[in-house]
Design a protein around this ligand. Structure first.
Ligand code: CP
Length: 316
């Protein structure tokens, strides 16, 4: 269970204690990953299906690696070669997969709320691997874990989330995640790349990256989500880079602050190519931590009656 739920659908469902529990368990799976044979039998006999209706490199591969390290069986589903192309609905597809016997379903879909619907239709645990503009909770958890490796706790740390906030599920997840852990979050974007309404977001907002850059502990950059943009949102990518990109001059002003990015990056747009390779750019650390964090999530949701309290495994 995570946050008293058998699904992981949104960061809004997790409080600080839930996140602390996940971080503690992730520590133990990082240790597993460092062994010569990085595998444990924790989910032997469990079956997990991947239901990815949108492209993915990091999320899908790290979930697959996490499941294999936990000795789970996996059921691969590729939309491009499935009966979705013959018109089969999401519900019929999900119920077909569930009929074969699965314990967990990891869902990525372009529609906000799709994983919530899937959770209503099946008995299996459902994990949101990204739904439209809405949420990407495992991305947030791996980002928190990575930031905490560098800072310890995040109370009072200043995090700027920069770029295409409007179309970004990572922005929505991470604003909640970092604020829940006590950080101060500032969104940095032109008006055209901000949501129309920000009521309820635990954030400050600025349209000027140079106004906050000297004060940051974390500069979290977002890709232009061109696949979700329906209007022209910036005059040109070159102008966006000039005004909101992390170029060499701005990166120098960050000092040792962390540079984070969920990937995939567009070098030369939101981040200068050279900046992405600096020692304080922890983008590959984020990717590596994704495996251990997703092991923790799978273990808590699908594991056999164990829970984690104060970093120790106890009967749930
Ligand atoms: N960060 C992230 O979700 O990357 P992928 O789209 O490659 O999974």
């Amino acid at each position: 269970m995570i946050g008293g739920e058998r699904h992981l659908l949104s960061m809004a469902d997790l409080d600080r204690d839930d996140i602390e529990q996940l971080m503690a368990l992730t520590d133990s799976f990082v240790e597993v990953g460092e062994r010569s044979i990085p595998k444990v039998p924790a989910l032997r006999g469990k079956t997990i299906a991947w239901l990815f209706y949108e492209d993915s490199t990091r999320t899908r591969l790290s979930f697959e690696t996490a499941a294999k390290r936990l000795s789970a069986d996996t059921m691969n589903f590729s939309v491009s070669s499935s009966s979705v192309n013959k018109g089969e609905s999401l519900r019929d597809t999900v119920e077909t997969i569930a009929a074969m016997g699965v314990d967990g379903i990891v869902v990525r879909h372009s529609a906000a709320g799709a994983p919530h619907r899937v959770a209503e239709w099946v008995d299996a645990s459902v994990i949101n691997a990204g739904d439209g503009w809405h949420q990407h909770p495992t991305q947030s958890l791996l980002d928190l874990y990575t930031a905490r490796q560098h800072f310890g706790d995040l109370d009072g740390k200043h995090v700027a989330i920069v770029g295409d906030i409007k179309h970004s599920r990572v922005a929505r997840s991470n604003a909640l995640a970092f604020a829940t852990m006590g950080a101060e979050v500032t969104l940095v974007a032109p008006k055209t790349l901000l949501p129309a309404h920000l009521e309820g977001w635990p954030v400050k907002v600025t349209h000027d990256l140079d106004e906050v850059i000297d004060d940051l502990d974390i500069c979290y950059l977002l890709r232009m989500q061109v696949e979700r943009q329906t209007d022209a949102v910036v005059p040109s990518l070159r102008e966006f880079h000039t005004e909101f990109g992390l170029d060499v001059r701005r990166a120098d002003r960050l000092g040792g602050a962390l540079i984070m990015h969920p990937g995939p990056m567009n070098r030369g747009v939101e981040i200068a190519g050279e900046v992405a390779d600096r020692p304080n750019a922890v983008i590959t650390e984020q990717v590596a931590n994704g495996v251990s964090v997703r092991m923790a999530v799978l273990f808590l949701l699908l594991g056999s009656g164990l829970d984690i309290v104060d970093g120790k495994r106890v009967a749930a």
